[in-house]
Write a protein that binds this ligand. Sequence first.
Ligand code: SAM
Length: 335
Amino acid sequence: MTAQQRTSVPDPITRALLGWQPARVLMTANRLNVFNVLGEDQLNAAAIAARCGCHPRSMKLLLNACVALGFLEKRGKQFANTPSGREVLLRGKPAYIGDGINHADALWFRWAFLTDSVRSNRSARTPPGPVDGATGYRDFILAMHNRAMRHAEVLADHLDLTGRRQLFDAGGGPGTYSIFLLKKHPQLGAIIFDLPPAIEIARQIVHRFGMTDRVTFRPGNFHEDDFGEGNDVVLFSAIFHSLSPQRARALLSRAWDSLVGGGLVVVHEGLVNDDKASPVSAVLFSLNMLVNVGEGRSYSAREIMSWLTDAGFVSPRLQHLPPPAGTSLVLGTRP
Ligand SMILES: C[S@@+](CC[C@H](N)C(=O)[O-])C[C@H]1O[C@@H](n2cnc3c(N)ncnc32)[C@H](O)[C@@H]1O
């Protein structure tokens, strides 16, 4: 055997090749509502298939794959959720991530066209799929809520808003970060600004948290509308990665115009390192923006700080948020 024939496939390549099938199994089981049909019970494959509207033979194959991958447990012929799976896969649990899994399912559709996007530098030209339309948009906003339910408390614990009175949450989505900041700071009021369909979802979530009297909902387009005046804090959470540097800079100048002297701009992102090749999450997220938006990518702290300085903000600073957030804040002050 020659040296070349003996060469084994390197680990990262093997891992990558094995990775997409488990993800697909999870997304299909979630989309078919398997986990919520099971709830706290145990059922056989035929009963699950009937309740999910699927063929019993193929459902059994899917369920056994879920067991093999650790998503479900099997007792004799009965299937059940695992104790840890119940916490994140059952609707209504505080750590629920099922909307996020449905959103990932929608992104999968776009990622299937990554090759075309890399050729053209444009977002994926797909036939209409689960990422499109009102349902896809709702999954997207609720996925942001699922994620923020795990991260927002950490952000609120680390972002000092003592003495601040008016938070403008630009592209606030479900409003979860505003909610946790309001919980932490009783003197604070928030303006959640987003496109009209997101505002409708934010209203429901803010109401559920009993915060409606401290929130103003403002539907609008941040590329066209101003941010009002008298803001103490402008938050851009997970906004810049979907924009070109020019558009991100334009939003910073809108923030500047709306802020009081001493006001704070806060950019919350998963940052890429200066080498642009780490960490993996940020690097892959850049490709996610390519297939979905066609522009934007993960930016580095250095890039965002230079935009802040160019916009006139002083004391640009970086703050890393500990796990489970693992994201970062880049802050600047309007003198
Ligand atoms: C990735 S989500 C982030 C949501 C929220 N800030 C968070 O961190 O959970 C991006 C948000 O920007 C909003 N958005 C996108 N384009 C917008 C526009 N032109 N004007 C206002 N909001 C916009 C989206 O609707 C969405 O809610």
